[in-house]
Write a protein that binds this ligand. Sequence first.
Ligand SMILES: Cc1cc2nc3c(=O)[nH]c(=O)nc-3n(C[C@H](O)[C@H](O)[C@H](O)COP(=O)(O)O)c2cc1C
Length: 279
Amino acid sequence: MPENASPSKAGSPLDSLKAVFALPNNHPNKIIAVAVALCLVCSLIVSAAAVGLRPLQERNESLALKREILKVAGLYEPGLDIEQAFKRLDVRLVELDTGEYVSGVDATAFDMRKAAADPAQSLALGNDDDLARIRTRANTMPVYLLRDGEELKSLILPVYGYGLWSTMYALLALEPDGRTVADISFYDQRETAGLGGEVANPRWQAGWSGKQLVDAQGVPVFRVAKGSVDPATPAAGSQVDGLSGATLTSNGVTNLVRFWMGDLGYGPYLQRVRDGRGG
Ligand SMILES: Cc1cc2nc3c(=O)[nH]c(=O)nc-3n(C[C@H](O)[C@H](O)[C@H](O)COP(=O)(O)O)c2cc1C
């Protein structure tokens, strides 16, 4: 066969392949065949790595969440065995409509994001109800209880809602009174760094401790202020400083806290806690 000729009629696909690879290196057919083969091999390697590393990635995500929960529970210190320390917490699932615990389930395995995306396990929120702009809300949510013997020391609630660019996920630790903030951590958000992204700044989060999220009737009253909180205002005990240049993210934080403290969120559960029937 002349040097630059294409392969003539071949039998099996393997024969065709062999014929193509027998061509000179500068033959267009061989160049295309090598490029395609290289792409196939690379995509196989990337896919295999993605699939193979998925369990490790999920384990790391789970560990990172547990670390954040331990932090807001005041139990974290560097070098801690996370899995071991996490056993100090009682993880329960709450039926949000009734505020009662769901029995006979492994609450540690519950995935609130998957549940919220499953119509069979979630409630579609109408515009008027969707203060946190999350569209659907899982019917059940996990709560993490820290006890000292029989005494409830702190309850940790996962909360989330939309800011300006992203859904912001936080862990809200409450005092046993079910209304006062012990600590908060915004552990997953994609607001602009230096603006809305300041929700993740520990200095800003430190200003939440001691704030009252609901009034005496259990109605959410929390607000991220516009600018600094005026200590002279009677509402100062329910407000934290605004994020400068990030009013829209700040409003998102106000709304998500109000949603989750309200009737469609943990409201019925927290009422039970305040009545001494939860916890
Ligand atoms: C590139 C860019 C990124 C921004 N990111 C945020 C943000 O993450 N959160 C936010 O509330 N506002 C953000 N803003 C500002 C908003 O558009 C809006 O001006 C601001 O929320 C108003 O807040 P202020 O009244 O405190 O200035 C951003 C603006 C620009 C130009």
